[in-house]
Design a protein around this ligand. Structure first.
Ligand SMILES: *Cc1c(COP(=O)(O)O)cnc(C)c1O
Length: 396
């Protein structure tokens, strides 16, 4: 693991299990969960996360067919739903690998039906309904109800589920989310009147899981909360306690003292007004570490806070360690997560608030140059890196 001595993301799979358990306790009776592991599990690594949450979910959701195939190639056998639109050139693979697409036009459904028939298979689909995102999906009106029924009658097509997506469920005021839910429920009623029953109805994201029990329906799609991050500050955090999953660890590469009047980093935005002990950290925005933390963020060294001096560069940045005598070359630095020893913690929420960034984006953006190390019971159970682009030693 010599190449893990620059920076690595520590992924606490026990925290993942804890978060699933916590959400499960809050689920409406009869509701199941779909684990959303798009964008490589929000930057955490989709495969180990999917394996860890397997006991808690009926299936998974991803954004692309390639993400679905990665899960399958790593032995994940439960149903996988693609939340976005898949190009028709890949419908054959959808049918072949039984990956569920989001379908909402007759063109999509007919092309998929043709693929299914030619392969002698049934394509299970989830109808996408647009109740307020204006992103994808059919409008929940009478014409769409006719369309849904027509789609359901196509040869080789089985409507397994139907979903919509909340635009504002993470806000204190749930009026908009409730309105979306009403549109969805009214639409299921229109379908029912036409004799079409939807087996798996699902509308909730993490915010819905936490705050809108009535919206859990048959299944709820857990995303950001798997990773121990709240969808916003406005949800009821007490109701579903979550533990952060990702920590970012690095090591100091250089320590020196600068004199008053000397500047640090591009643009000379920080100028010392006293003798300052400066430590260099070998991480930058090229790793997905937010550049907007320049002159504002902090890291933890031996449980103490070290403020960022000047601009974050692509591959390095500098911090003030004047008051941290133990800071030396190769001393461990925590950029995200709990310090070692445990005295303080930098959360994704803090990084987002400090830099004016968005929590989801911060974890998704941790790049391929940062290897992931998976922990269970305090032990390393697997790693993932892109030094040679392969997974090794995963959980069984
Ligand atoms: C990303 C996504 C989710 C998960 O949302 P979270 O806020 O991360 O829980 C659920 N459903 C759809 C359609 C999505 O695109």
């Amino acid at each position: 693991m010599d190449n893990y001595m620059r920076v690595y993301a520590e992924i606490d799979l026990d925290a993942v299990a804890y978060n699933m358990e916590s959400m499960k306790k809050n689920l409406a009776p009869g509701a199941g969960m779909i684990g959303v592991v798009k964008t490589d599990g929000y930057g955490h690594g989709a495969v180990p996360v999917a394996k860890t949450i397997a006991p808690y979910v009926e299936g998974y959701a991803v954004a692309t067919i390639d993400e679905a195939r990665i899960l399958q190639r790593h032995g994940i056998a439960k149903p996988i739903l693609i939340l976005g639109v898949t190009h028709p050139s890949r419908y054959g693979e959808l049918v072949e690998y039984e990956i569920r697409p989001a379908i909402f036009t007759m063109e999509q459904a007919e092309a998929l039906s043709a693929e299914a028939v030619s392969r002698g298979k049934t394509a299970r689909i989830h109808l996408a309904v647009d109740t307020g995102m204006s992103r994808i999906g059919m409008r929940p009106d009478e014409a769409s109800a006719d369309l849904a029924v027509a789609i359901s009658r196509l040869p080789g097509i089985c409507v397994e589920g139907m979903f919509t997506h909340f635009a504002r469920a993470d806000e204190t005021d749930k009026a908009s989310a409730r309105e979306q839910m009403k549109k969805y429920m009214d639409f299921t009623e229109m379908l029912r009147k036409r004799g079409l029953e939807i087996p798996v109805k699902h509308i909730s994201n993490s915010a819905g899981i936490i705050d809108l029990k009535e919206a859990h329906l048959d299944m709820a799609r857990a995303g950001i909360s798997i990773y121990g991050i709240y969808p916003s500050d406005e949800v009821d955090k007490e109701r579903v306690p979550l533990k952060p999953v990702m920590s970012l660890r690095s090591y100091i590469t250089y320590v020196k003292e600068i004199r008053p009047g000397e500047a640090v980093s591009y643009g000379g935005t920080y100028v010392a007004d006293r003798p300052v002990k400066v430590a260099t950290i070998p991480v930058g925005y090229g790793d997905g570490y937010p550049r907007n933390l320049s002159g504002k963020g902090r890291v933890l060294i031996g449980g103490k806070s070290a403020p960022i001096l000047g601009r974050v560069c692509m591959d390095q940045f500098m911090v003030d360690v004047t008051d941290i005598p133990e800071a030396d070359v190769w001393t461990e630095v925590t950029l995200l997560g709990e310090s070692r020893p445990a005295a303080d913690r930098i959360t994704v929420d803090e990084i987002a608030a400090t830099g004016g960034g968005f929590t989801y984006e911060i974890v998704c953006d941790i790049g391929k140059r940062v290897p992931r190390v998976y922990l269970r019971g305090g032990r390393v159970v697997g790693t993932k890196d892109y030094f040679d682009d392969v997974y090794r030693d995963f959980l069984d």
